[in-house]
Design a protein around this ligand. Structure first.
Ligand SMILES: *Cc1c(COP(=O)(O)O)cnc(C)c1O
Length: 373
């Protein structure tokens, strides 16, 4: 037995992150507790301004989750029954679930097998007279080719939303993820690069009218209080979450750089290996929310790594078009070959900023033991 068998490498270690920012976070929590300003107020306004600036956007509206951010963006665009909305077939469920929640019909398009983002060459074929919008996802922290997707959307006069839940701070040729569409949506789920101590989300836009409408919808359509011009709902971020997120936002660039450095070390350690390493499109700033490898025996590899104390995850085991809840849409295996292959072969390795070089070497060596044996 090698000494390495005692090294534990969880998929994510939020305790290690908290240890680096404990005093700042504890101060922020105390500040809110002492103010007793729990809903709305200066922490929310402050975070909205800071996220707008960070994501090169004119307007930012805090809401309850990344799922709600998508839901509210589509609601603000009047997406509903009779409308089709295009989504990549390979993403977290919320991308498509929110289309259905708004009463519209999800239409799936396969992804580029190298980046896992929507294949823009397949987009036009999926557009019909009923298509109202496209939800493009910037998966795993790498911005999708939004300018190319937007050009198709503009030609057909349909809306474009970027699901940037995994890609805050990522860029396409210097333009920030979320800033290039009618709406960009972020998630502050704890495992995202900017994660809160619970659920949270943010919607960004460059359009004043859309921003005003979205803000109303997130707050029961009330302005002023008790005067309702629209029927909205309660989708707000808590001030406690906002205060914590403001602390974390100050560290986000350093964390994203560390993730990219960890990815570069993995790439170097996997040189000459049979394992499939993630492609970094040179036009993007990749923030590595996930570092995703591929293996033809993915499940065997996952078990092998678990036996060596290494946490991994499958993002995602079932592509969206084959989910049971979408069976009525009539898709079948073989319709989205790249999404289906990805669901069988991809595996996310630990990539969080606080990883030590020793941990990364242990992971890489354990992967190679299995894949190159
Ligand atoms: C996390 C995530 C969401 C949903 O965000 P929540 O805050 O968990 O509701 C949506 N889309 C993608 C791609 C995600 O990764």
């Amino acid at each position: 037995m090698s000494a390495n068998t005692t090294i534990q490498v969880p998929l994510l270690d939020l305790k290690a992150q908290y240890a680096t920012i404990r005093a700042e976070v504890d101060d922020a929590v105390r500040r809110v507790m002492e103010s007793c300003h729990f809903i709305g107020g200066p922490e929310i306004g402050g975070l909205e301004e800071e996220v707008a600036r960070y994501s090169q956007s004119k307007f930012a509206i805090a809401c309850a989750s990344g799922t709600d951010a998508l839901l509210m963006a589509m609601w603000a665009l009047d997406i509903g029954p009779g409308d089709e909305v295009i989504s990549p077939a390979y993403s977290f469920f919320a991308t498509a679930g929110t289309i259905a929640n708004n009463g519209a019909t999800p239409v799936f398009v396969d992804v580029d097998p190298r980046t896992y983002n929507l294949d823009v060459h397949l987009l036009e074929k999926a557009i019909t007279p009923n298509t109202k919008a496209v939800v493009a996802v910037s998966l795993f922290g790498q911005c999708a080719d939004i300018p190319a997707i937007r050009a198709v959307c503009q030609k057909h006069q349909i809306y474009l939303i970027e699901d940037a839940a995994q890609s805050i701070g990522s860029e396409w040729e210097g333009k920030r993820s979320g800033s290039m569409c009618d709406f960009g949506t972020f998630s502050f789920f704890p495992s995202k690069n900017l994660g809160g101590a619970g659920d949270g989300g943010m919607i960004v836009t460059q359009d004043q009218a859309l921003a005003d409408k979205t803000r109303l919808l997130c707050n029961h359509g009330a302005k002023p209080k008790y005067y309702h011009s629209l029927v909205g709902t309660n989708s707000r971020l808590d001030a406690l979450q906002a205060a914590i997120l403001r602390v974390k936002l100050r560290h986000l660039d350093l964390w994203s750089e560390k993730r990219a450095k960890n990815a570069a070390l993995y790439n170097a350690l996997f040189e000459g290996s049979k394992v499939g390493t993630p492609l970094h499109d040179a036009r993007t700033r990749h923030i590595y929310n996930q570092y995703v490898i591929r293996s033809s025996n993915r499940d065997g590899l996952k078990q092998h790594l678990a036996d060596r104390g290494i946490g991994t995850e499958v993002y995602y085991p079932v592509p969206l078009h084959l989910q049971k809840c979408f069976a009525h849409l009539g898709y079948k295996p073989g319709d989205m070959p790249h999404s289906e292959a990805a669901a069988l072969e991809t595996l996310a390795l630990p990539i969080y900023p606080e990883l030590t070089e020793e941990q990364i070497r242990h992971v890489a060596q354990s992967v190679r033991e299995f894949v190159d044996a």
